[in-house]
Design a protein around this ligand. Structure first.
Ligand code: BGC
Length: 588
C-alpha cells in the first residue's frame, strides 16, 4: 500500500496480586436478576462502559470454523465467548459479516441488513448477540459507509442508465476525453480511482477496488438509507459500530487534481497527498448525524472510527468540535506511526493523547486486519515476547480504551504468502512483490496444537495456519504462567479492578529518560497509585523515582505484575530493570 500509516489503506511473568474485583457496569439489556447489581455498580461509577473498554476485533473468516468449510462462522464466535469473557474483553467488533461477493473479504457489501450465508443466518447472529449479553460482552458491527459492492442493488440500478433515480447515489463523471479519466485521483488499492462504464459512457469513482464504488454522501437519500441501516442493527441491540473508512466519505466537488508528492508507491503510481479525497470538512456533519442516531438508543452505543489522522489536532476533531461525533476515534499515533520501540516517541504520543485531546479518552491499538502484526513490526528478533508484553502494558495500563486484534494476545506472527499464486487479498496481487497484501495478518486463530490449530477440521483452511501453531496457541499459553496470554489476562483484570488503573490520571515520570517509559496512574481517591516502568533497551537499567512532586510520599513499590526478572518489592530510589522488563507496582 502507498503509505504505511494508512497501509490499509495503507502497513517469566509473576502476578503477585490482582486486587479487588469490581463489577463492570451494565449490559445493554440487563436481565432482571442482574439489574440491581449492575445499577449499583453504575451509580458507583457512572462513566459509560466504553471509557474503560477493551474491544477485541474478530476477523470472522479466521476465528473459528464450525462447519468444516475452512472459513470461520458466527456459531464459532458464539462457542468462543467463554474464552473472551475469561480474557476480560468488554466488546467484540466483527469485521463485516454481511452478504458480499468477498472481493475485499466483506468490505464490499451487497446487502446491509442480512448475514452472508458463509457465516450463518440471522438466527445465528441473534443467538450470538444473546449469548454475548450473557457473557457481558457487547457486539459492535463494522459499518462500511463509504462504498457498497458493485453488486449491491443500488449500484446495479445506478449504473443502468444516466437518468435512473439512483444515478446520483454514486459519483459518476464525464472523462476529460476518450479514454481519459476525470482527474488524477488514485485508488488506495492501486492505480486510477476511476472506472469507465461503457454502457453509459461515464466514469465512477472508487477509493478502493473498482468493485467498491463510492457512495455520494452529498445526496440526502443516501444518508437516510445508511442511517436506516444503522438503526436496523441498533434495534437488534448491537453495542455500536466501527466506522470503516470514515475519512473518505467526501471528495472535492470541483474534482481538482491531487497534488503529486515525490516518489512512487508499491503499485508504481506517483505518491499523492490525498487532500482532495480524504478528511474533507463535510465528514464531520455526517459523524454528528451518526452520533445522534446512536444516542437516540439507550445503553451508551458507541462509535469507533477508523481514523488514521496525521496530527493530534486532526484526531481531536473526530470527537467533534461543533457537537459530539465519535466517542472512540482510533489513535494510530502510538501504535502505527513508525513501529519503533522508542521510549521518547511513546512518551510524547501518550502525553499528547493525555494532554491535547480535551479530556477525551484515546483509543490505542497496535494491531488490526490491515497491518502486519505488531509482533513483527516492533520485535527485534530476539526479545519479541518481552517486547510484546511492553506493548500490551502500554495498551492496557495507560488511560485509554484498548483495541486488540484476535491472536495478538498469544503473539501470533505475520505469515505472508510466499508466492503471488498463494495470495488471497487482491492488493497483494496488484502490488506483488512490494505489496504482499494483508493475508499475513489474517491467518486462522491458533487455539491448540491439533489439526488446523483447532480452528477448523478441513484440509483447506481459507488461509494456511501459521506453522508455529503447535507452540503458540491458546491451550499451551493458558497453562503457562509466564506466557503472553497470561500477561494480557492479568493486565486486563488489573485495569478493571485497580481504581488507579481504572480511573487515575496518567502522569509521565522520569520524563527525560531516553531508555525507559515510566508513568504514574494517580489514584483519584485516597488509595494507592500505580507506577508503570518499562525498560525499552536490551541493557539493565537502574532507575530512581521521586514521586513527591506528584504528591506521593510512598517510597516502595509492590509489584502487581512484573516481567523480565524485576523484584516483587522495590525501593523506588533504586529500581533495577533487566532488558525489556516491565514493572507495574502499587506505590506504598
Ligand atoms: C478496512 C479494509 C478495507 C477498506 C475498504 C478499510 O478501512 O479496514 O480492510 O479493505 O476499508 O473497505
Amino acid at each position: 500500500m502507498s503509505k504505511h500509516k494508512r497501509r490499509l489503506i495503507l502497513a517469566g511473568l509473576a502476578i503477585t496480586s490482582i486486587g479487588l474485583s469490581i463489577t463492570e457496569p451494565d449490559l445493554i439489556f440487563p436481565t432482571s436478576q442482574e439489574a440491581p447489581a449492575r445499577q449499583a455498580a453504575q451509580e458507583a461509577n457512572p462513566a459509560p462502559w466504553w471509557k474503560h473498554a477493551v474491544i477485541y476485533e474478530i476477523y470472522p473468516r479466521s476465528f473459528q470454523d464450525t462447519n468444516g468449510d475452512g472459513i470461520g462462522d458466527l456459531q464459532g464466535i458464539s462457542e468462543r465467548l467463554g474464552y473472551l469473557q475469561d480474557l476480560g474483553v468488554n466488546a467484540i467488533w466483527l469485521s463485516p459479516i454481511y452478504p458480499s461477493p468477498q472481493v475485499d473479504f466483506g468490505y464490499d457489501i451487497s446487502k446491509y441488513e442480512a448475514i452472508d450465508p458463509m457465516y450463518g443466518t440471522m438466527a445465528d447472529f441473534d443467538n450470538l448477540l444473546a449469548e454475548a449479553q450473557k457473557h457481558d460482552i457487547r457486539v459492535l458491527m463494522d459499518m462500511v459507509l463509504n462504498h457498497t459492492s458493485d453488486q449491491h442493488p443500488w449500484f446495479i440500478e445506478s449504473r443502468s442508465s444516466r437518468d435512473n433515480p439512483k444515478r446520483d447515489w454514486y459519483i459518476w463523471r464525464d472523462g476529460k476525453g476518450p479514454g481519459i479519466s476525470p482527474n488524477n485521483w488514485q485508488s488506495l488499492f492501486g492505480h486510477s480511482a476511476w472506472q469507465y462504464d461503457p454502457s453509459t459512457q461515464q466514469w465512477y469513482y472508487h477509493k478502493f477496488y473498482p468493485q467498491q464504488p463510492d457512495l455520494n454522501w452529498r445526496n440526502p437519500e443516501v444518508r437516510k438509507a445508511m442511517y436506516d441501516v444503522c438503526r436496523f442493527w441498533l434495534d437488534k441491540g448491537v453495542g455500536g459500530f466501527r466506522l470503516d473508512a470514515i475519512e473518505t466519505l467526501f471528495e472535492d466537488t470541483r474534482l481538482r487534481d491531487e497534488k503529486i508528492l515525490p516518489g512512487r508507491n508499491a503499485y508504481g503510481d506517483p505518491n499523492e497527498d490525498e487532500s482532495r479525497t480524504v478528511d474533507l470538512p463535510e465528514i464531520h456533519e455526517v459523524m454528528r448525524e451518526l452520533r445522534q442516531v446512536a444516542d437516540s438508543y439507550p445503553g451508551d452505543r458507541v462509535l469507533v472510527g477508523e481514523t488514521y489522522t496525521r496530527t493530534t489536532h486532526d484526531l481531536l476533531s473526530m470527537y467533534g468540535l461543533d457537537g459530539p461525533e465519535l466517542q472512540l476515534p482510533m489513535d494510530t499515533q502510538v501504535g502505527f506511526i513508525d513501529n519503533k520501540l522508542d521510549a521518547g516517541a511513546f512518551r510524547q504520543r501518550i502525553s499528547a493523547a493525555e494532554n491535547d485531546l480535551d479530556g477525551h479518552v484515546p483509543l490505542f491499538l497496535f494491531d488490526n486486519h490491515d497491518n502486519p502484526r505488531s509482533w513483527d513490526r516492533y520485535g527485534d528478533g530476539m526479545h519479541n515476547e518481552a517486547i510484546a508484553k511492553i506493548l500490551a502494558t502500554v495498551l492496557l495500563t495507560t488511560r485509554s480504551a484498548a483495541l486488540m486484534y484476535y491472536g495478538e494476545e498469544i503473539g501470533m506472527v505475520t505469515t505472508p504468502p510466499k508466492t503471488r499464486a498463494e495470495v488471497q487479498d487482491p492488493i497483494g496481487k496488484i502490488g506483488w512483490p512490494k505489496e504482499k497484501g494483508r493475508d499475513g495478518e489474517r491467518t486462522p486463530m491458533q487455539w491448540d496444537g491439533s489439526k488446523d490449530a483447532g480452528f477448523s477440521t478441513t484440509d483447506h483452511t481459507w488461509l494456511p495456519v501459521a506453522p508455529n501453531y503447535p507452540t503458540i496457541n491458546v491451550q499451551v499459553e493458558s497453562r503457562n504462567p509466564g506466557s503472553l496470554l497470561t500477561w494480557y489476562k492479568a493486565l486486563i483484570a488489573l485495569r478493571r479492578s485497580h481504581p488507579a488503573l481504572h480511573l487515575g490520571s496518567n502522569i509521565m515520570v522520569n520524563a527525560t529518560d531516553p531508555n525507559m517509559l515510566s508513568y504514574l496512574r494517580k489514584n483519584p481517591g485516597n488509595g494507592p497509585s500505580v507506577l508503570v516502568a518499562m525498560n525499552f533497551t536490551a541493557h539493565l537499567r537502574i532507575v530512581s523515582y521521586d514521586l513527591k512532586a506528584q504528591g506521593i510520599e510512598g517510597a516502595t513499590g509492590k509489584a502487581l505484575a512484573q516481567n523480565g526478572g524485576v523484584a516483587k518489592a522495590v525501593e523506588l530510589s533504586h529500581v533495577a530493570l533487566p532488558p525489556f522488563a516491565v514493572l507495574v507496582a502499587e506505590v506504598q
